[in-house]
Design a protein around this ligand. Structure first.
Ligand code: ZN
Length: 65
């Protein structure tokens, strides 16, 4: 009955700290986002979903396991 559960991938996920390319704000972003993530300070796009790994627009300054 719950066969569809097996179709959901369970990747080892983590947070990355991304530096905003516009204002330099550093923000923790999940590395498998499902929606676009914007900077808390200037609202520029920091990460967008690709169906797999997140596409980051800023520099990854740290990885938080
Ligand atoms: Zn910013």
């Amino acid at each position: 009955m719950s066969k569809w559960m097996n179709l959901i991938p369970r990747p080892r996920s983590k947070f990355c700290r991304i530096k905003c390319p516009d204002c330099g704000n550093e923000q923790a972003v999940f590395d498998h986002v499902v929606t676009i993530v914007r900077c808390n300070v200037c609202d520029s796009v920091l990460a967008e979903p690709t169906g797999g790994k997140t596409l980051f627009h800023g520099e990854i300054v740290d990885i938080l396991e």
